[in-house]
Design a protein around this ligand. Sequence first.
Ligand code: PHE
Length: 339
Amino acid sequence: MKEKLAAIINAAVSAASEAVDEKQIEDIRVKYLGKKGEITALLKNMGSLAPEERPKMGQLVNEAKEQVESAINEYRKKLKAKAIELKLKAEAVDITLPEKEVCAGGLHPLSIVTNDLIDIFQSMGFDVLDGPEVETDYYNFECLNVPADHPARDMQDTFYLADKILLRTQTSAAQIRTMENRKPPIRIICPGRVFRADEVDATHSPVFHQLEGLVVDKGITMCDLMGVLEQFAREIYGDDVKVRFRPSFFPFTEPSVEVDVSCTECGGKGCRVCKGEGWIEILGAGMVHPNVLRCCGIDPDVYTGFAFGIGIDRITTTRYKISDIRLLFENDKRFLEQF
Ligand code: PHE
């Protein structure tokens, strides 16, 4: 009997020493000391022994029970301590690490310029609108007096997403959407991203930004167009800037002009920035073509209007003397932090 007890004690203690978590320890306790445990069974068995053997055996079994109990308690304590130690290690904070740099974000130069442009036109009474970047052929070309076979389409190499669905090549689509939804007088601007399948170089990017403007009312003339755009140029480049209107062609305006300002670098003498011209082109504009008004249900015999499309990227690069348009899109922190 003594040997049997010793074997049980051995087995229990070595099992407890190998337990790796609380559950295993508890299973061992149940196996030996639980209601149906091996040691408990021996105690229950006392009745079947001869009366003179009982005290001796009782003592032995009780001692075995105590031994196993204290071994289990000891290993349970060790396991707990180990768990705490591991947890502390895992959650350790290295107080010698330098703190994380907190840096406040700033506005991208394109956003700064767009906001300034919006301020200028809002102060002249323009509403600001948004248009979709994914456009239909109808809004981007067709209703802007550029039918499918019009050569002007070639000037805007285009990203088509599906048949007659494309990434807008110009914010001018906003003219149509506006005139369909509002009755004159209309005075709106629509800034946003536009897309053309251009080769990337210092002055071209397949993604760039325009700000479309549209005014429609009774009695609007070319003088209104010139007055608004001259005022805009002065606000952006200062009172000394010279503004030049050059005849041009856009299918949706007639007559059409391109607007140049005197070079911000050399003041008009001619330099590298203006390629020796003395002038920098910043926008296209013109009187809204009667076909476009008609397409939107506005009677061209009653109403006239002008529209303009400003290249926001060009305004940004000239204002900040940025030599390469790619810098605007590379997201280099060293560049962006300068604004
Ligand atoms: N949409 C023209 C372009 O992208 C610019 C423009 C807008 C011209 C409005 C006239 C009137 O080149």
